[in-house]
Ligand binder design. Structure first.
Ligand SMILES: [Zn+2]
Length: 328
């Protein structure tokens, strides 16, 4: 869904241009990753995004130049705009409240059909989301909940917040007229492939009252993380793309999700450190997942097949006997 533009100088930022959906209809979407001082939590076992932050804390002027740089590369026409920071936009240690407002003000508001801003739930307060909620009819906070299971979020990720805090953020957002996009994480460490699928299906079900979009992130192994050490020792395999297909198919086929979109943009698909099947089918399956994310049409997923699917089925059946050590 996203094509990369490399950034070089300090105030050049990552801008991804791709597609997303609003009310189940495709729309051009841009993703901006501002280079702030980065996430202050920094304990997640799977994440090193804070390393993508600025090497020295950027000044207000730097951040304004960054957003201007991104805006200057926006495609024409109506857009969805997604703003990330490798942390939380609403964390005032990264961006002061006054500057948050200034950055949002610079966006071409007239042609933005939806604004999405990512944040940890503790920074979603009536005051932090007041301004974007007021000027955008369609504003969503994106939260990386990862799973509705507090035990898995704590033991496999160490995310530092619980489902109750997420629900509170949803309530605060709803009171301001804003929505929530929820990121779930397929297969954090210490789960078998089957447990990972079950965790996503249970999480999706528990999210029905709280979200209009579920974005399924497929775990990739990033350097300088505890997950990287596990993977190097052979104790972790990133998720099969078949598992993502299975989760998305089951959710889309379930009438209870009729007004909830389930989308995914597999990163590093087909790489040993990213979600993969057998190499032969990785690209086809990845493209199908991306296409389905825009159409929400089950046909995009149900036609897929490969001989490796039988092996994946065996893994689901047998991995419990190896206590989570990958079978294939
Ligand atoms: Zn295959």
């Amino acid at each position: 869904m996203v094509t990369k533009h490399k950034y070089g100088s300090a105030n050049r930022v990552y801008l991804g241009i791709g597609w997303d959906i609003i009310d189940f209809k495709p729309i051009r979407a841009v993703t901006i990753i501002l280079r702030t001082s980065g996430c202050h939590w920094r304990r997640c076992k799977i994440c090193n995004y804070y390393l993508d932050g600025a090497s020295r804390p950027p000044s207000d002027e730097d951040l304004i130049s960054q957003i201007d740089d991104a805006i200057s590369r926006f495609p024409e026409g109506e857009l969805m705009v997604k703003i990330f920071t490798s942390g939380s936009f609403f964390d005032t240690r990264e961006i002061t409240e006054d500057l948050q407002k200034k950055l949002i003000e610079r966006l071409p508001i007239d042609r933005i059909r939806k604004l999405i801003i990512e944040s940890r739930p503790e920074f979603v307060t009536p005051s932090s989301i007041k301004y974007p909620s007021e000027i955008f009819d369609n504003f969503e906070v994106a939260i990386g909940l990862e799973t509705t299971s507090d035990a898995i979020r704590r033991n496999s990720i160490d995310k530092g917040f619980n489902f109750e805090e997420f629900k509170h953020a949803v309530k605060v957002a709803a009171e301001a007229g804003a929505g929530i996009r929820t990121y779930l994480l397929l297969k954090p460490p210490y789960l078998t492939e089957k447990e990972a699928i079950d965790d996503m299906l249970k999480s999706a079900e528990e999210l029905i009252p709280y979200t209009k979009t579920i974005s399924l992130n497929l775990t990739t192994v990033r350097e300088h993380t505890p997950l990287y050490d596990l993977w190097k020792k052979g104790y972790y395999r990133p998720p099969w793309l078949w598992s993502a297909v299975e989760v998305m198919k089951q959710i889309r086929a379930d009438r209870r999700f009729d007004d909830i979109a389930i989308i995914s943009d597999p990163i590093a698909a087909g790489k040993p450190w990213g979600p993969h099947n057998c190499r032969k089918c990785d690209n086809i399956v990845k493209d199908a997942i991306r296409h389905f994310s825009i159409t929400q049409d089950l046909k995009d997923l149900s036609r897929l097949d490969c001989s490796c699917k039988r092996l994946w089925e065996k893994v689901l059946e047998l991995e419990k006997f190896t206590h989570g050590v990958p079978l294939a």
